[in-house]
Design a protein around this ligand. Structure first.
Ligand code: MG
Ligand code: MG
Ligand code: MG
Length: 305
């Protein structure tokens, strides 16, 4: 029976690539593994896979009776709805420890680094397995994406070293240029329906019994949102109601200016204001804020505690 390797709901590049890179490693060390995904590819991930000629994992949304490795998350809210009926063999992740639990011992690789693929790289080194050129290329891009080309406060020297080593294997000379090209692909919004934008990189969290959704759009120039900001605000308000969420927050992140504008829809704005300060018409600019997991989720969880 093969085991499945699976990232979070609404997969980002790290979730797709760590499923692929970990599945390859597992096969090399004698464990038959298949990379899968819980949702559609975003344009950035499609660009990365196309650049290195790698096929996307198959879509798989139910896991009852399966054995799985969970990558790039450990929160139930981001895992399949029937996870309780699956056997979790292991977790490889770089987020806060979530609420996935197991009934048997598991393989656990959780590190405070910038990307799950940085940890998968350590696993290859640990097992002495060579990384194929195309897998090195997609892993490198996933790390550049998650660390916002090393600008994110989540980035560590281990991530930078991993990218440098992977770039050599992949035969990429100017990885920062490729990273910027990738973020330009990510910044192309024209013609995309508003709801698709809001949910492009969206995660639900359980904060002290409250359902909180946080989306993030990382772009090279925030002014592209000027003409659609009112629509984005109206849509997060709708999304909050539809999903019976306490709050929905959308981070509009400018990777060049290195900060984020927060759009907030909440049934109690005082909670989000406790975390991020006074909002103006449900908006606030946060200088230096690039990371949801390190700079947005922790103060918000504190405000809900
Ligand atoms: Mg992710
Ligand atoms: Mg990640
Ligand atoms: Mg991210």
């Amino acid at each position: 029976m093969p085991v499945y390797v699976m990232g979070h709901k609404i997969p980002d590049s790290d979730s797709i690539v760590s499923a692929l890179s970990l599945a390859y490693l597992k096969n090399q060390i004698g464990e038959e593994a298949i990379a899968v995904r819980q949702g559609e590819l975003n344009p950035e991930t499609a660009f990365i896979l196309k650049t290195f000629g790698v096929e996307a994992p198959a879509l798989k949304t139910t896991y009852a009776g399966d054995s799985i490795y969970v990558v790039d998350h450990s929160d139930r809210a981001q895992s399949p709805d029937d996870l309780d009926q699956a056997t979790v063999l292991g977790i490889v992740d770089h987020h806060k420890l979530g609420d996935i639990t197991t009934s048997a011992p598991l393989e656990c690789w959780i590190r405070p680094v910038g990307c799950s693929n940085t940890i998968v790289k350590e696993m290859y080194d640990h097992h002495g397995v060579a990384i194929p050129k195309e897998i090195a290329g997609i892993m490198m891009c996933a790390i550049l994406s998650d660390t916002v080309i090393f600008k994110s406060p989540t980035c560590t020297p281990v991530d930078i070293k991993a990218v440098e080593e992977l770039a050599v294997i992949a035969g990429v000379e100017d990885f920062k240029a490729l990273g910027l090209e990738m973020f330009k692909v990510k910044s192309a919004l024209e013609g995309t329906p508003i709801r698709e934008l809001v949910k492009r990189d969206f995660k639900d969290f359980d904060m002290n019994g409250n359902k909180v959704g946080i989306g993030q759009l990382e772009v090279v120039d925030l002014s592209i949102f000027d003409s659609i900001k009112a629509e984005l605000e109206a849509d997060i308000a709708k999304l909050r109601e539809e999903g019976e969420r306490h709050s929905v927050i959308l981070l509009l992140t400018d990777i060049m200016k290195e900060g984020s504008e927060l759009l907030v829809a909440s049934n109690d704005i005082s909670v989000t204001e406790k975390a991020f300060g006074k909002t103006e018409d449900g908006k606030v600019w946060l200088e230096g804020v690039l990371s949801r997991k390190k700079q947005v989720v922790p103060p918000l969880e504190k405000a809900f505690a």
